[in-house]
Design a binder for this molecule. Structure first.
Ligand SMILES: C[S@@+](CC[C@H](N)C(=O)[O-])C[C@H]1O[C@@H](n2cnc3c(N)ncnc32)[C@H](O)[C@@H]1O
Length: 237
């Protein structure tokens, strides 16, 4: 199964330890006006920024994730536009003031396409527009996620997540065991591939087209060798 077709149903539950509140607190005073949240997933950031007063569009490849996001915005009575699109070919209806790509969106983009994605983002931003994105760091992918196994056991579903480190990416095989009405479990599998983007490589792509600052994306302070998330706040030149 393709990435997120099953996970969408459980994504918010599994992200319980990701502090979206702290993240939005850190970025929100850098953003205003109209924005697009790309690789928006279940829309946590999109919806929070809409609540903070921004006009938002959420973009994602997965229809299942967009459905979760759409329901969330509807429940909150928010007017957010949702679009299914591949960020490699990003094309917004008009230019926006800012674009966000939070929690690993760029880890799903192969190294040789990251430059193209950043160019598409620039083309869709107003002059001097802001881009906020993060990646799971090389340290996290190589030392924490690589060749490791994670599992969670809930009443309705159990999942086993097995990672295999390749040269420049981590392949993730996720098995879900979903409890059915009969009490038996149905097994569904999906795969993910997250690419390793080093800070140096990202900065070499940003050079000459953007100005930027980089932070530890969990502590919102200085980056260290053991930072698990690198958060870039960029201005288009
Ligand atoms: C880890 S989730 C992050 C979701 C959300 N931004 C958040 O903060 O929770 C990564 C998302 O990237 C989306 N994605 C991956 N590759 C994509 C692509 N090429 N174009 C658009 N979305 C993509 C996936 O469908 C998934 O929803």
């Amino acid at each position: 199964m393709s990435s997120y077709s099953v996970l969408a149903k459980y994504y918010d539950r599994l992200m319980g330890d990701f502090d979206y509140g702290a993240y939005v607190e850190f970025i929100k005073d850098k953003l205003s006006g109209e924005g697009a949240d790309i690789a928006c997933g279940s829309g946590e950031i999109t919806v929070r920024l809409a609540k903070a007063g921004c006009r938002m569009t959420g973009i994602d490849l997965s229809e299942e994730m967009l459905n979760v996001a759409r329901d969330k915005a509807r429940r909150e009575g928010l007017d957010v536009k949702w679009v299914r699109q591949d960020i490699v070919q990003l094309e917004l209806a008009h230019k926006v003031d800012f674009i966000t790509a939070v929690c690993d969106g760029f880890n799903y983009v192969p190294q040789n396409r990251l430059g193209a994605v950043l160019d598409r983002i620039r083309a869709n931003l107003k002059e001097g527009g802001t881009l906020v994105f993060d990646v799971s760091s090389e340290y996290k992918l190589r030392n924490i996620l690589a060749d490791n196994l994670f599992c969670e056991d809930y009443d309705d579903v159990t999942y086993i997540w097995q990672n295999t480190l390749k040269r420049d990416c981590v392949d993730m095989d996720v098995d879900f065991f979903e409890k059915t009405q009969s009490g038996l479990y149905r097994r569904v599998e999906e795969t993910h591939r997250q690419y390793i983007h080093t800070q140096e490589k990202i900065e070499s792509i940003l050079k000459d087209k953007w100005t930027w600052q980089v932070y530890d994306g969990e502590k919102f302070g200085k980056v260290s060798q053991k930072s698990k998330r690198l958060l870039f706040i960029c201005k288009s030149l």
